[in-house]
Design a protein around this ligand. Structure first.
Ligand code: ADP
Ligand code: MG
Length: 487
């Protein structure tokens, strides 16, 4: 169960979040000032910044960027109790904002479809046959439609169209290139997007290349920085088999271990190229948790948004502090090193992929092992106190019943032009409107055992799920009832 008012709020906020993150990606000066400490101490950040600087010196040749973002939320019960008192408001709190390689869209879509099917076939009716007054009968209308696959495809195909005809004189076709991780668990979350691109009319040729040496082996740069893809099954010297890449969709390249020499050279080639990147390297930087923390500092949002928009967005922020030697950072360091106070916090490095956070009482002893000069690359976030419901989870471990907690990830998809570049022409503007329209019903929903801190499904902590929407008051009553029945 999930409160419908807060589901609608999260979907509506996505427009403003997109605007914010596009603006931040366009503000190199602010990004550098915000990430300076990390760039100086973190290998991945330093490497990405060096690639950005190198490409900038040569001159970026593509003004368009595609963003496939995901803003993740938990519900927060402000009383600080895990179960909200009856009738008390529950609020939306942002866990993080992802701008690179956002996964789970396909799985989220499939699981929503599955639950819709099961409701329609009456699969849950026997479970609600008792005469309890407050029994909630699941109806198909309570399950919001999920069109994430369509939305992601509309983003990629829109960017592909915006790229236009091949610029190279030696190739005749363009294609979308997925840059993926080797032996990748996420393949099932990627393949349906590829298939859907091939199913467009006319089909959009789409290929996958493993990040690193395969990118170097199967692509080349043309004279005006066209990225040419040479399918491995065809002779590379025969240009009739080659395609020009319109869109590079990064589903890899967000973890430091991917950047050996090959990885670095591969990313550099992609960034130098004329292909539209999803995301651009500056947009990649905005996924760093340090950016989320800096945006939560008083007055920051107003640099990028109107006052009204800033108010709307900041309502979803949990307190989040730097760990540097600023006044706020020194306060946060005290909190983090105090075994009692630290229980209320989560310490996060600016890393992606799940499994890097340090929770509660583990923070002080973890920090004791980290050299103080590396502390500024962490942020300290107040724990969100989610209301707890009772439900069943099915995973590789079997079926577990008990207290659970859910997270809603709202996708936001947009194509934009670098600030200072020409405005969109009419056709491109129509493409953007079309992408925004599809983007509205795109989200994923995950549920985990309430006693687990992490959520990553790939790493085995959570399960894909879908929300059944009910009004906030009823939702609070259910949490209350859950806690009474299962103290
Ligand atoms: P990443 O996904 O990059 O590892 P997140 O910030 O999403 O990092 O944190 C991972 C998980 O940890 C979240 O999905 C959530 O379950 C939990 N978590 C993160 N921040 C908080 C918080 N402030 N309060 C409670 N749980 C949190
Ligand atoms: Mg996350």
């Amino acid at each position: 169960l999930f409160p419908s008012e807060l589901f609608d709020e999260a979907i509506a906020l996505q427009e403003t979040y997109k605007k914010l993150y596009v603006a931040v990606a366009g503000d190199e000066e602010w990004l550098y000032a915000t990430l300076k400490n990390i760039i100086q101490s973190d290998t991945l950040a330093e490497m990405l910044w060096n690639i950005h600087t190198e490409v900038k010196e040569e001159g970026y040749v593509q003004d368009l960027t595609l963003g496939i973002f995901r803003s993740d939320y938990m519900l927060h019960s402000p009383s600080g109790l895990f179960q909200p008192r009856q009738g008390q408001a529950v609020q939306l709190r942002q866990v993080e904002f992802n701008t690179v390689s956002c996964a789970g869209g396909v799985h989220g879509n499939r699981v929503s479809d599955m639950h819709q099917y099961l409701v329609q076939t009456g699969a849950y009716e026997t479970q609600t046959s008792t005469d309890v007054e407050d029994t909630i009968y699941l109806a198909s209308s309570m399950l919001p439609p999920n069109h994430t696959v369509r939305a992601v495809v509309s983003g990629l195909s829109g960017a592909h169209r915006a790229y236009g005809a091949p610029k190279s004189s030696t190739v005749t076709r363009t294609c979308v290139l997925f840059i993926v991780q080797p032996r990748n668990f996420n393949i099932a979350d990627e393949k349906p997007i590829e298939y859907a691109l091939w199913e467009q009319i006319p089909p959009i040729p789409t290929f996958r290349v493993i990040f690193g040496s395969d990118v170097l082996a199967h692509t080349s740069l043309g004279p005006s920085k066209e990225l040419i893809y040479h399918p491995p099954s065809r002779p590379k010297q025969l240009s009739k088999y080659s395609l020009e890449v319109s869109v590079v969709y990064m589903r890899a390249g967000f973890e430091v271990h991917e950047y050996d020499d090959m990885g670095r050279m591969a990313r550099l080639r992609l960034e130098k190229s004329r292909a539209i990147k999803c995301p651009s390297i500056l947009s990649h930087f905005t996924t760093f948790k340090k950016v989320q923390q800096a945006l939560a500092m008083p007055g920051s949002l107003e640099r990028f948004l109107s006052e009204d928009e800033a108010v709307q967005i900041s309502k979803t922020f949990a307190p989040i502090y730097p760990m540097d030697d600023s006044d706020a950072g020194l306060c946060a360091r005290k909190l983090a090193m105090d075994p009692e106070l630290a229980r209320e916090y989560v310490l996060k490095p600016s890393l992606e992929g799940g499994g890097h956070n340090v929770y509660g009482e583990n923070i002080p002893k973890f920090l004791a092992e980290v050299p103080a000069e590396l502390w500024p690359s962490y942020v300290l976030m107040k724990r969100i106190q989610p209301p707890i419901l009772y439900n069943a989870l099915m995973s590789a471990r079997g079926i577990q019943e008990g207290p659970v907690v859910s997270e809603l990830g709202v996708f936001g998809i947009c194509l934009w032009r670098r600030s200072g570049a020409d405005k969109f022409d009419r056709k491109e503007a129509e493409t953007c409107t079309e992408i925004a329209r599809h983007s509205k019903a795109s989200w994923s929903f995950k549920t985990k055992d309430a006693s687990v801190n992490e959520m990553s499904v790939v790493k085995g902590y959570g399960c894909f799920d879908s929300p059944a929407l009910i009004d906030l008051e009823k939702f609070s009553a259910c949490c209350h009832q859950s806690s009474m029945e299962n103290p």
